[in-house]
Structure formats: structure tokens, C-alpha cells
Design a protein around this ligand. Structure first.
Ligand code: CTP
Ligand code: MG
Length: 181
């Protein structure tokens, strides 16, 4: 069924962008990226964006992309769904773009006076899509347009907020995250 195939491909293609945020939550801590600096009377990014969390997130996204690339042919064989392999630059665009989007979101949150951990509906759920997709299109143009068809992009825009809300709720219940968003 075409719609199921599109959903599977969208989820698969976005995994290297989904996992960095969760890895950052698990690995976060240490020196904040903004080094405590403020802009005006507000923190530039806040203590929630650290070097360690960011590095761990990007490494986790790249590692997952590598793993998925190794198993893609077998998965495609077994399911009949043509799940994509990841070019290195595509993996980098997805993983680094996700972290960059999250950092940009914190920058915007601080500018709008929101404290660390405050929610920003919409931005919280889609920040990493908004940066990872254009960055991937920039770094691995051909790969991007082959994998991210209009249908896949539509599924990503619908699926991502749902996944984001549920995984964050789980992380909150498990005590890994301070807020359920
Ligand atoms: N984290 C990190 N580095 C990142 C992103 C996240 O260390 N680049 C860790 C931090 O410990 C952070 C936690 O993951 O507190 C949750 O991430 P997130 O919800 O994005 O940060 P918040 O603490 O909610 O801060 P903000 O309001 O800036 O989003
Ligand atoms: Mg948060």
C-alpha cells in the first residue's frame, strides 16, 4: 500500500534527525554552548544547550544513519519497501541540522523571554525539521530530492509533532526530562 510505504520511508529517512535530541537529553550536561553569555539581559541560549549534548546528538545521528545504511538492503528485501541508504553528507545534514534547529529554537525562546524548559508550541515540535531538511537539501541535493518526495515531506510534517510529543512524554515519565515537551 503506497501510503504505508510513504510513512515507513519518511520515518526511516528522518531517524538520523529524530535521535539526536534524545541522545542530547541522555548525554547533556557540562559547559553550555553560550558559556553563560547574555544578550541584552537574557541568556543567549541557556544552560539547556551544551557542547556535550550537541556532540553526542550529532554522533548518535551519524551512527544510526550508518547502521540503517548497512541494514537497508536486507530490510528492503524483506519488506518490499525501498528504504533509503544514507550518503555521509545526507546523514550529516540530518543529524547536525536537528541539533542546529534545536539550538536556534532555544535562541528564539530566550529572545522571547522564555526561561529554559519553557514550552513554545509548534517550534518545539518542528524546529529540527525546519533546519535539518534544508541543510540536507544543501549538502546532499540529489539524495534529498530522491528520498524526500512531496508525499514523504507531508508525512514528516504530520508525523514529527506526534512522535515528538509521545517520546517526550515517555522521557518525562521515565524521569529523563524535566518537562513533558
Ligand atoms: N541538551 C543538551 N544540549 C543540546 C540539547 C539538549 O545538553 N544541544 C540536554 C540538556 O540537558 C537539556 C535537555 O537535553 O536540558 C533537554 O533538551 P531541551 O528540551 O532541548 O532543552 P531545555 O532544557 O528544555 O531548554 P530550552 O528551553 O532551551 O529548550
Ligand atoms: Mg525543552
Amino acid at each position: 500500500m503506497a501510503i504505508l510505504e510513504t510513512i515507513v520511508i519518511a520515518f526511516w529517512a528522518m531517524l538520523p534527525a529524530y535521535v539526536p535530541n534524545n541522545a542530547a537529553v541522555l548525554a547533556g550536561g557540562g559547559r553550555p554552548i553560550d558559556g553563560g553569555r547574555t544578550w541584552g539581559d537574557k541568556r543567549m541560549l541557556g544552560d539547556g544547550k551544551t557542547w556535550r549534548g550537541t556532540a553526542a546528538g550529532i554522533v548518535a545521528g551519524l551512527a544510526l544513519a550508518g547502521l540503517l545504511t548497512v541494514v537497508a538492503p536486507a530490510v528492503a528485501d524483506a519488506t518490499g519497501i525501498d528504504v533509503p541508504e544514507f550518503e555521509p553528507l545526507a546523514a550529516l545534514g540530518l543529524a547536525a541540522g536537528a541539533m542546529l534547529g534545536d539550538i536556534l529554537a532555544s535562541f528564539l525562546k530566550r529572545r522571547s523571554g522564555r526561561q529554559r524548559g519553557a514550552m513554545f508550541p509548534g517550534l518545539d515540535q518542528l524546529d529540527f525539521v525546519v533546519v535539518s531538511l534544508p541543510l540536507t537539501a544543501l549538502l546532499a541535493r540529489e539524495w534529498f530530492f530522491e528520498v524526500f518526495t512531496m508525499g514523504v515531506i507531508a508525512v514528516v510534517v504530520i508525523l514529527t509533532p506526534i512522535l515528538h510529543v509521545t517520546t517526550n512524554m515517555i522521557a518525562y515519565k521515565l524521569g529523563l526530562k524535566n518537562e513533558p515537551w
